[in-house]
Design a protein around this ligand. Structure first.
Ligand code: 13P
Length: 250
């Protein structure tokens, strides 16, 4: 990275853990947080957020994995952005490809969720990414442009929004794009944001890469000019691996 954007290393724990396991993992991350200069964020399953909040300390931010667009009401099984904020969260992931696929979430809905995050004072981590079929047919940049335009609120800025590029085919597969391919997409994302939100937002917004990021490949990915951190799934479930990725930030 050749800029003033503080790297963000975010752990998406997905649907993993128990109160005991989450406590141990959160303690491990918190214990190492002082040794890395990157900002750290962990996103536990909703039911474990209070457990993690109780042991995390101030050096690691807490986030949700999803939120409803509404503030409250008759939405069985959902959690609002306000509830996440009340539970100690500073961030929420919206539009993860597993939500888009498992729950049919459209970019329009993702945008409404990001607006809800902003309403509640949370930073939205908006996820976008192409499938392998889309990449194979040369549509990656078109898909990215359209997901970005549809999912990013007009009021997004560098403080309230983070964009995570997660190629669907790289998630949990051990496969990643080449570093050049990642940089190409990230530079494209920044250019699209520049035309939609202006120079200052484009220059300041953090763009995370996600998809099979591990200690072994993190150094190369995090050194790319338009990569400002990572959104990590599997490797965020081991404190040592998560911290090793964070320590790889330039
Ligand atoms: P993996 O790191 O397990 O590939 O998951 C990436 C991801 O989906 C993070 O949101």
């Amino acid at each position: 990275m050749t800029n003033a954007r503080t790297p963000l290393i975010a752990g998406n724990w997905k649907m993993n853990g128990s109160a005991a396991a989450a406590t141990e993992l959160a303690r491990g991350v918190a214990a190492g947080a002082g040794d890395v200069s990157a900002e750290l964020l962990v996103c536990p399953p909703a039911v474990l957020i209070p457990t993690v909040a109780a042991v995390l300390g101030a050096g690691v931010a807490l986030g949700g994995q999803d939120c409803h667009a509404a503030e409250s009401g008759a939405h069985t099984g959902d959690v609002s952005a306000e509830m996440l904020a009340d539970a100690g969260c500073a961030y929420v992931i919206v539009g993860h490809s597993e939500r888009r696929t498992d729950h049919g979430e459209t970019s329009e809905l993702v945008c409404a969720k990001a607006e809800a995050a902003h309403r509640a004072g949370l930073r939205a981590v908006i996820c976008i990414g192409e499938t392998d079929a889309e990449r194979d047919s040369g549509k990656t940049l078109d898909v990215i442009s359209s997901q970005l335009a549809g999912s990013t609120p007009a009021a997004s800025d560098a403080a309230n929004t983070v964009i995570a590029y997660e190629p669907v085919w790289a998630i949990g597969t051990g496969r990643t794009p080449t570093n050049d391919e990642v940089q190409e997409v990230h530079a494209h994302i920044r250019a699209v944001i520049k035309s939609s939100h202006g120079d200052a937002v484009a220059a300041g917004v953090r763009l995370l890469y996600g998809g099979s990021m591990k200690p072994e490949n993190a150094t190369g990915l995090l050194a790319l000019g338009d990569v400002d951190g990572g959104l990590i799934g599997g490797a965020s479930l081991q404190a040592a691996d998560f911290l090793a990725i964070a320590a790889s930030c330039p």
